[in-house]
Write a protein that binds this ligand. Structure first.
Ligand SMILES: Cc1cc2nc3c(=O)[nH]c(=O)nc-3n(C[C@H](O)[C@H](O)[C@H](O)COP(=O)(O)O)c2cc1C
Length: 255
């Protein structure tokens, strides 16, 4: 039996949650990084004894498209999946359901699910600092409950999660990071962009159609050269202020 953490985490919030849960499930954890655009996901061989913590962020209430496409390449062969959706304190709508449907298609047995809050990667004032110590302790408790259910074979055939079909329509957000005059052309953003939206021969450019606004380039740029349009960001923040301000709770689904 092996424990895997399978994660799409452009700016690290989703990974923090996924790592916190998977640490409880196994002393040795293998990582499959769905954020990496270069990996061969069809080459991973999973089996029914394996336990996989599968973590994605919610983008517009949905699974980010590159994460869904990469998950669909995996061959799970009945591996147990713990579904994890991480969101920026607004809402996650159909993300857990879409994740579950995608994993069933790939041959996983979906045994448990978690929805957790992390700092909003575009508007960092929302859920700032989360997951905090209290969240991590609670997530650790969730993991112990999941572990006990797996060990006693008390897991459901298919965990029930909230969400509706057809899934919420999501066509991206108009906030696309642009490189400013500090850009040194080092190419790190092009190498790490999970959507292949930054040309390696001209990393100061962004293909706005391919960009998923995941903020990875903004968060990793060593020169802090990539930013969003301030006016658009201020407008979006104002719009979401009410719905994002009240702290949301982490949730465990185990039936
Ligand atoms: C393009 C985009 C769309 C997002 N949509 C939502 C959303 O619909 N609801 C929400 O609560 N948070 C939303 N968020 C916030 C992320 O779900 C949250 O910050 C998550 O922790 C990001 O994961 P990461 O840190 O692993 O990149 C969005 C973030 C981005 C970049």
């Amino acid at each position: 039996m092996s424990v895997y953490t399978i994660v799409f985490s452009p700016t690290g919030g989703t990974k923090k949650v996924g790592d916190c849960l998977s640490q409880v499930l196994g002393p040795e954890i293998q990582e499959i990084d769905l954020t990496s655009p270069a990996a061969e996901f069809s080459s991973f061989l999973l089996g029914s004894e394996d336990i996989c913590v599968v973590s994605v962020p919610s983008f517009g209430g949905r699974v980010p498209a590159p994460a869904a496409a990469r998950l669909a390449e995996l061959k799970a062969n009945g591996a147990k999946a713990i579904l994890v959706v991480v969101y920026g304190n607004r809402a996650y709508e159909d993300t857990l359901l879409e994740l579950k449907d995608t994993l069933i298609q790939a041959g996983f047995h979906c045994v448990a699910a978690v929805a957790a809050v992390a700092e909003h990667s575009i508007m960092r004032q929302f859920a700032s600092g989360r997951p905090n110590q209290e969240d991590l302790e609670e997530l650790g408790q969730f993991a112990y409950q999941i572990k006990a259910a797996i060990e006693t074979e008390a897991v459901p055939d298919s965990v029930h999660v909230p969400g509706n079909t057809p899934y919420r329509e999501y066509n991206g957000v108009p906030l696309k990071p642009k490189a400013g005059k500090n850009c040194t052309g080092c190419g790190l953003c092009a190498e790490k962009c999970p959507a292949g939206a930054i040309p390696s021969d001209n990393p100061s450019q962004t293909d706005a159609k391919a960009c998923i606004s995941c903020m990875r380039c903004v968060s990793i740029c060593p020169a802090q050269a990539r930013t969003l349009n301030r006016l658009l960001l201020a407008g979006a923040s104002q719009k979401l202020k009410k719905v994002c301000s009240e702290p949301k709770k982490n949730e465990l689904f185990l039936s």
